[in-house]
Ligand binder design. Structure first.
Ligand code: FDA
Length: 387
């Protein structure tokens, strides 16, 4: 019965930032969220004093200072830097590919030695290819980095991720393979990086708390149970669910890859000595094991919590995680986006499911700012962090 200005479908980062910023401009929103909690895929909970990420490890990293200053208004960040270790059949390598990896792989000690080794491996691959372009992911990866790194650190992991042989995967999945000729295991090449102390969910709870009572959230509420009523009652809608589902899949179903997470509480102070270990062979059924306490630098006696991440085929009964951006899906998405503009100009389709794109969190924040700018006629120069 309240006079809402907006219906927002989905309480993930995109929806919550929009609701918070709309409230600052005096607009009232109702957020409907089908899960029992807010935060979308960034949702975290605390167990045995350890912050667990429910939908895979979320490390905040960005070069965007506005986004970095903005998010830190809602939580304090630690100085965590992601450093991933790869386990290939019991041998450990540092990631991303850098001088440490090359030393572990070949014993090379200087950048020149490492360069020469990679060049030598690439030349063999390029000779095999002759004049033709790489026809699949395997050929593409070998032509970029050679066989040793491909076989030990890329092949098994990628095949598990996509559920298909590397020779059956398209070459475009790997465009570049960044290599660093310095001893530097920092996974991300971004200026700002960290984990919110106490987890991500508080960020979105604080956004609601700091909205002058203008944001109401209904959890455990699926938009599709009330679609027609809601659409008829709300003048303006922000929809962050799946765009194909909104149109009842009339142009076909967009494909995703899914994941299954297995959490374990273990009676150990320190199980694996690192937050993320990737298993890069093809036999181990999971791709990575996270040990959450290391994201917070916790060394408490007693318990630790680990999560194994298993890639799996997606169907409508599972969570959709990674869009499969091939030609077929791109065409289908375009048909929905065109239909959305034509038949529902009053609805903004946003976020990773509404736009069928993989977004990192900082990109979602930035995209939400731009949507707010557009919706409220705000200048490009306006800085949300200083508002
Ligand atoms: P998000 O999916 O978070 O929220 C959408 C919300 O809408 C969900 O809560 C959903 O339940 C709800 N919803 C959908 N349909 C609905 C309906 N019909 N009715 C009601 N509610 C509905 N990023 C990064 O920067 N660093 C990282 O380390 C990682 N790591 C990472 C790991 C894994 C495994 C994945 C899959 C993703 C990441 N990300 C990441 C990306 C990050 O998860 C992503 O950027 C944000 O969650 C996107 O926020 P959105 O609001 O767009 O969607």
């Amino acid at each position: 019965t309240k006079n809402y200005d907006y219906l927002i479908v989905g309480a993930g980062p995109f929806g919550m930032i929009f609701a918070h910023e709309a409230a600052k401009r005096g607009k009232r929103s109702l957020v409907v969220e089908k899960r029992p909690y807010i935060g979308g895929n960034t949702h975290t909970h605390t167990e045995h004093g350890i912050t667990v990420h429910d939908f895979g490890a979320h490390i905040f990293h960005t070069d965007n200072k506005e986004v970095w200053d903005y998010i830190r208004k809602f939580a304090e960040f630690n100085g965590y830097q992601n450093q991933v270790v790869a386990n290939y059949k019991g041998t450990l390598y540092n990631l991303p590919f850098n001088m440490n990896t090359f030393y572990q792989m070949w014993g090379t000690k200087t950048p020149d030695e490492a360069h020469a080794k990679i060049e030598e491996q690439k030349q063999i691959a390029l000779k095999d290819l002759g004049d033709r372009q790489p026809r699949n992911l395997e050929e593409q990866a070998i032509s970029l980095i050679g066989t040793d790194i491909y076989n030990k650190l890329i092949k098994g992991y990628t095949e598990k991720q996509w559920g298909r042989k590397a020779t059956e995967l398209p070459a475009f999945i790997i465009k570049r393979l960044p290599v660093r000729f310095i001893y530097d295991n920092n996974y991300f090449n971004h200026r700002y990086q960290g984990i919110p102390v106490g987890g991500y969910t508080q960020i979105f709870e604080n956004m609601v708390a700091e909205s002058n009572g203008l944001v109401d959230v209904l959890t455990d509420t699926d938009f599709f149970d009330y679609k027609e009523t809601l659409l008829s009652e709300f003048p303006r809608v922000l929809y962050t669910g799946m765009i194909d589902q909104f149109f009842d899949y009339k142009f076909g179903e967009l494909e995703y890859r899914s994941l299954r997470f297995e959490h374990e509480v273990i009676d150990s102070n320190n199980y694996q000595g690192n937050a993320v270990i990737n298993y890069t062979d093809s036999e181990t059924p999971y791709t990575r094991v996270m040990e959450w306490k290391h994201l917070d630098g916790l060394a408490d006696e007693g318990k630790t919590i680990i999560t194994k991440e298993y890639p799996q085929e997606w169907d409508r009964s599972k969570e959709a995680y990674y869009p499969v951006n091939n030609d077929k899906n791109t065409q289908i998405y375009k048909a929905y986006a065109t239909e959305a503009r034509k038949s529902h100009p009053e609805i903004i389709f946003g976020g990773r499911l509404g736009k069928y794109r993989y977004f990192d969190m900082d990109q979602v924040f930035n995209d939400a700012f731009n949507t707010v700018r557009q919706e409220f006629g705000i200048d490009q120069e306006f800085n949300f962090a200083h508002d």
